[in-house]
Write a protein that binds this ligand. Structure first.
Ligand SMILES: NC(=O)c1ccc[n+]([C@@H]2O[C@H](COP(=O)([O-])OP(=O)(O)OC[C@H]3O[C@@H](n4cnc5c(N)ncnc54)[C@H](O)[C@@H]3O)[C@@H](O)[C@H]2O)c1
Length: 286
């Protein structure tokens, strides 16, 4: 059901790769709510993914840009304002990648050049896009900037690797820049901390199926889907949340405030197995 929450608003959505992407669902919902949008992703992702379908469906223009390149971002914000006919009201940062995870490097054996890439793509790109937008005065008063994050920024999750550090930095950037941009232009900056979701990036996390099931059992409302995340993002882009800024907003069915649930305990009791140990009886931590 559409409420016209984004009627007349103009937005840029980063990170729609295919129809499983959270950004894809956000673009669809934003369009339903009356927004005009520009879609962006890396040139490679625009060629390899199915973003053209989304553009056709939502009547939007695609402007390829690498979110780690300041030059690309300057071109993007300039072109997007021309296409949309004015300042931007909302931006979604939905970009993440860890080559250490892809190459199965564990957290105690990271490749540092790949670690820098993880931080650049998944966190510093958020700073770059906000700084570029602010210098160009590309965001309208009371505009809303969002990035997607995960609770592993606050608490340690097996297998989340260097992405946990990237998410901590991402959330910190939302606070630091939220202060400056709020003070000067009333622009809001927040992160939405989403439940595990089956997407291309989600599938790269070690033991993702188990994490998804654990999280679902632990959450009183169950895991939040990508469509539900899109609903929440739309509200955050709308004028209904004008005084919300600098927050990590949990959209996770209650997971982040749980310790143990009945469904979790029941499952745990079924599989009361010993920790993984090597031949010397030493615990293997993975
Ligand atoms: N899937 C989950 O379980 C989950 C949970 C919480 C948060 N998130 C976050 O949601 C966001 C979207 O991920 P998703 O799960 O929809 O997966 P996805 O793989 O569909 O999206 C990730 C996107 O990042 C883009 N990207 C990578 N490098 C880029 C660069 N240099 N410049 C611009 N874009 C780049 C990819 O092309 C891709 O479109 C990510 O920040 C992710 O960490 C995902």
């Amino acid at each position: 059901m559409a409420y016209g929450l984004l009627k007349g608003k103009k937005g840029i959505i980063f990170g729609a790769l295919n129809d499983a992407s959270i950004a894809w669902k956000v673009a669809e919902r934003a369009h339903e709510e009356g927004a005009e949008i520009v879609l962006t992703n890396t040139p490679v992702a625009c060629r390899m993914g199915t973003i053209d379908e989304l553009a056709a469906k939502t009547g939007s223009t695609i402007i390829p840009a690498d979110a780690t390149s300041v030059e690309d971002l300057e071109m993007l914000f300039s072109e997007a304002q021309k296409v949309l006919g004015g300042q931007i009201d909302f931006v979604l940062h939905s970009c993440a990648m860890s080559a250490n995870m892809r190459k199965k490097r564990t957290y105690d054996d990271l490749d540092y050049s790949l670690f820098e890439k993880t931080l650049d793509i998944s966190a510093i790109s958020f700073h770059k896009m906000i700084q570029v937008a602010k210098k160009m005065d590309a965001i309208a008063e009371y505009g809303s900037i969002l990035a997607l994050t995960y609770v592993a920024s606050h608490r340690t999750f097996f297998g989340y690797n260097d992405m946990a550090d990237a998410k901590s930095l991402l959330e910190s950037i939302a606070r630091s820049f939220g202060y400056i941009y709020g003070r000067e232009k009333n622009v809001r900056i927040n992160t939405v901390s989403q439940s595990p979701t089956f997407t291309t990036a989600g599938g790269g996390i070690k033991g993702f199926d188990g994490l998804y099931d654990f999280s679902d059992r632990m959450s009183p409302l169950g895991n939040a889907s990508a469509d539900e995340c899109a609903d929440y993002c739309v509200v955050m882009f709308s004028d209904l949340t004008k005084k919300v800024t600098m927050q990590t907003l949990f959209h996770d069915g209650g997971f982040s405030n749980m310790g143990m649930s009945l469904r979790g305990m029941t499952q745990y009791n079924k599989s009361f197995i010993d920790e993984n140990r090597d031949e010397n009886g030493k615990i293997i931590y993975g």
